[in-house]
Design a binder for this molecule. Structure first.
Ligand SMILES: N[C@@H](Cc1c[nH]cn1)C(=O)NCC(=O)O
Length: 474
């Protein structure tokens, strides 16, 4: 009996997996909104007259506040100072607000022919909403990572991180596959830009998928309240168990983190790897239309296979890391797969959809290998009380890429294809985009990721972080 009373709540398998299930709902909703506009790029061009640069500006907005106002870093400090309950609720609420602004911008037809600071007003305001949302989802991401460490340390930590990521990727998958059918289903008469003029016309409802995302985010916010109750019980059980409270966070901790070479290698690998995958997802449906000749309605199907594969593989690779180890090697293999896939995408040959399917599946393997090894490796390099700040610094560096790369790709796409803008301005049939240059940029990022992952493995050998060792303590 005494034995039972003295157990912490996290020793209960049902409790820790239950807690994980609840926070995964919030992240599922966040990932859905993150990518919901990706398959709508061609529609944004035909319905609202956006260019690839406009789309690039909008997509890059995700990182604006995180990068320039250091919101992610403040978020990490708030997380370490205020704890997971406060920070989780705050970040879920910020996600809802950002998504609501984005929804308003997309539904407001009067914005279509105005500009703010030289940017299409609809693009600008939708971007502000997305920027606010980006703060929320990123802080939610670091909060969830800390929650998983809190419940799963010494247990199935990589598997838990992999499972949470798998549920989040389900959100990405749905975000790639569902928006076009949803927009078509809710087609209505609305203001559109035709040859630079505003006209009332029957067309797909671009706002319908965003409304759906907003509802999911509200559900995610409510789910986090349920988690808060579980977290209080966990703390009560640990206190009753006589477990020592963590050392409080001190600002000098930041100095310790940034003087750790392993931290920088993980952060650089993170920005290079994710910049070659997440911004690619934003353009993947458009690539399918322009390089592989798919129509708009089906273009999202092939890219949606990318997160689909990760649903099964991320927990699988997480389990391998837990039981067998080899985390640094898994990151190297993932980086090699990235350069392979993007190089083939860049070649102006093999333009058949079968090749696209194979490449997307391989990219899905990379997107399973690297995150399932990378995130559980952070607690091996950084002490637990600094984890919130360390994750936030890593995500901050990552956000430079998530912000800069989509903007660069949109710009390069417009510059490499001047015929598209000319045809749009003259009301002619719009020619296809040539995606060679953007894909070369993605391949170059993969090349740099390989170098950094090799350096990380070397550093692990020197410092003995244990990245090649299993996570489960025998
Ligand atoms: N910082 C997030 C970025 C992101 C992009 N889309 C949703 N989140 C992150 O890296 N999360 C980890 C992951 O592997 O998804």
């Amino acid at each position: 009996m005494t034995e039972l009373i003295r157990r912490s709540l996290r020793d209960s398998k049902a409790a820790r997996w239950g807690a994980l299930g609840i926070i995964s709902i919030t992240m599922f909703a966040g990932y859905f909104l993150t990518d919901v506009m990706s398959p709508l790029k061609p529609m944004l061009e035909t319905e609202f007259g956006w260019s690839s640069t406009s789309y690039g500006i909008f997509t890059s907005a995700y990182g604006w506040l995180n990068v320039f106002l250091l919101m992610l870093i403040f978020g990490g400090i708030i997380l370490d100072k205020m704890g997971v309950r406060f920070t989780g609720l705050l970040s879920s609420f910020i996600m809802v607000i950002g998504a609501a602004i984005k929804y308003w911008a997309i539904t407001n037809p009067t914005l279509v022919d105005h500009t703010i600071w030289g940017i299409h007003a609809q693009v600008f305001l939708a971007s502000i909403g997305f920027a606010i949302f980006g703060v929320g989802v990123e802080i939610a991401g670091i909060t969830v990572s800390k929650i998983i460490v809190k419940w799963f340390k010494g247990y199935e930590m990589a598997l838990a991180m992999g499972m949470q990521m798998a549920v989040a990727r389900l959100g990405t998958m749905l975000a790639i596959a569902a928006p076009v059918p949803l927009a078509m289903y809710f087609s209505n008469i609305h203001t559109q830009v035709v040859n630079g003029e505003l006209v009332e016309k029957m067309g797909p409802s671009i706002s319908a998928p965003i409304a759906f995302a907003l509802v999911l985010l509200v559900i995610g916010f409510i789910a986090f309240f349920i988690y808060v109750g579980m977290d209080k019980k966990l703390d009560a059980s640990e206190a009753a168990n006589g477990e020592e409270a963590e050392d409080p966070f001190k600002f000098s901790d930041i100095g310790q983190i940034v003087t750790n070479k392993g931290f920088w290698l993980i952060a650089f690998l993170c920005v290079l790897f994710y910049s070659s995958v997440f911004p690619f997802i934003k353009y993947a449906a458009d690539l399918m239309v322009n390089k592989y000749g798919l129509d708009q309605q089906t273009a999202g199907i092939i890219p949606s296979l990318l997160p689909l594969g990760t649903l099964f593989l991320t927990p699988l690779f997480g389990g391998v890391y837990d039981k067998i180890g080899k985390g640094a090697t898994m990151m190297i293999i993932g980086a090699v797969l990235i350069i392979f896939v993007h190089t083939i995408f860049a070649l102006p040959i093999l333009n058949t959809w079968v090749v696209a399917v194979i490449l997307v599946i391989i990219l899905g393997i990379a997107l399973s290998l690297v995150p399932s090894a990378m995130w559980p490796s952070v607690p091996k390099i950084i002490p637990e009380k600094q984890l919130g700040t360390a994750f936030s610094l890593i995500f901050w560096i990552q956000n430079w890429g998530l912000m800069g790369v989509p903007l660069l790709i949109g710009y390069v796409l417009d510059k490499s294809n001047p015929q598209v803008a000319i045809a749009k301005a003259q009301g002619l049939e719009v020619p296809l985009y040539d995606y060679t240059n953007p894909m070369i940029i993605f391949a170059a990022l993969g090349f740099l990721a390989i170098i950094v992952s090799l350096l990380l493995k070397r550093e692990d050998r020197i410092k003995g972080y244990g990245l090649e060792l299993p996570n489960i303590q025998k």
